[in-house]
Design a protein around this ligand. Structure first.
Ligand code: PRT
Ligand code: ZN
Length: 296
């Protein structure tokens, strides 16, 4: 791996990656690169920074500008929220969901308002920074409402009489709560994604494939846990049947006669269910260990 990285870098192919300069996606973007073994010098006050151990140059930009830069080929790829990608409607390819920056774009009205469904918004004024996504949603639902575009502090619009409803990003819901609003409809689930330019050279596509391979290994590792347990040999068959593993579990004899150590990998979604069943089947000394990278 290392040799081919150096070779590729030596012939001059380098990926240009755009990430958010500062804001909610910045730290997680840097962290993901680090988990992929890509170290960049701290470039918060710079326009760009270079990785020392992967042929990539990182550009620090405002999130709203990233789809345009990627469409134009100023950057080859970018990390940005799906909400921005769909709002900007630029010609880029969404290549991978990155698992951070999760939020939803939702409609909200004042707590005391009557709301019996989206049709309640007919003829009403909705404040948003996402006029394109909201417009498409209303059109699809056949609702004729007025969209009032504002660039920030959307949540205060109903309180100051600027709008009857809002359409904004929500994560914990506390901003809506503090402004006396209630969420009525979620119109888009969003997270950070890797977007790429539609017309890249074969060499750049190969670099992106290597980066995606690393990202997928990091994501898989986060969703899985390594599990070690002791089992009486008489119960081994039953216990092994409960474990999915990457192939089949590893079974090693313990120093104590009649017992074995069983090692496997469990997915986070089914984790607690399986642990309970393992205990009931006679497993003891269960250890659960995080996995750093998972190559399958
Ligand atoms: O300066 P720049 O233009 O780059 O940044 P920005 O200010 O436009 O964006 P920023 O940093 O606020 O958000 C970047 C991206 O993070 C967004 O485009 C989303 O993809 C993602 N994201 C995830 C969020 C949220 N969660 C989020 N909660 N973006 C904004 N919010 C805001 C929301 O607008 C509302 O004001 O947080 C408030 C609601 O949060 P809760 O927790 O109170 O519900
Ligand atoms: Zn922005």
């Amino acid at each position: 791996m290392k040799d081919s990285t150096q070779k590729t870098a030596a012939v001059g192919y380098k990926l240009k990656l755009a990430i958010q300069k500062s804001g909610r996606l910045h730290d997680d973007s840097i962290r993901l690169l680090k988990e992929c073994g890509i170290d960049i010098s701290n470039g918060v006050n710079k326009l760009k920074a270079e990785a020392s151990n992967f042929p990539v140059e990182v550009y620090f930009l405002r999130d709203d500008d990233i789809p345009q830069y990627v469409e134009d080929g100023v950057a080859d790829i970018g990390f940005v929220g799906e909400n921005v990608v769909y709002e900007k409607k630029k010609k880029v390819t969404v290549a991978e969901k990155l698992g951070f920056g999760k939020c939803r774009l939702s409609l909200a009205v004042r707590k005391g308002d009557d709301y019996t469904g989206v049709q309640s918004l007919s003829g009403r004024k909705i404040a948003t920074s996402y006029p394109v996504i909201l417009g498409d949603f209303l059109k699809e639902k056949g609702i004729d409402a007025e969209i009032h575009e504002i660039s920030g502090s959307v949540e205060i619009a109903p309180g100051i009489g600027l709008a009857d409803a809002i359409c904004d990003l929500v994560s914990s819901g506390s901003t809506l709560f503090m402004n006396g609003l209630k969420e009525t409809e979620s119109i888009l689930q969003s997270q950070a994604v890797l977007i790429k330019n539609k017309d890249l050279s074969e060499e750049k596509e190969q670099l992106i494939a290597r980066l995606l391979f690393r990202i997928q290994s990091v994501k898989k590792a986060k969703n899985n846990k390594y599990i070690l347990l002791n089992a009486p040999n008489a119960k081994l068959k039953e216990i092994i049947a409960l474990l999915p593993g990457m192939k089949s579990p590893t079974v090693l004899p313990l120093a104590e006669e009649g017992w074995s150590s069983v090692h496997s990998v469990l997915n986070e979604n089914e984790f607690w269910d399986i642990i309970e069943q393992l205990k009931a089947a006679g497993a003891q000394g269960i250890l659960v260990v995080p996995i750093e990278k998972m190559i399958v």
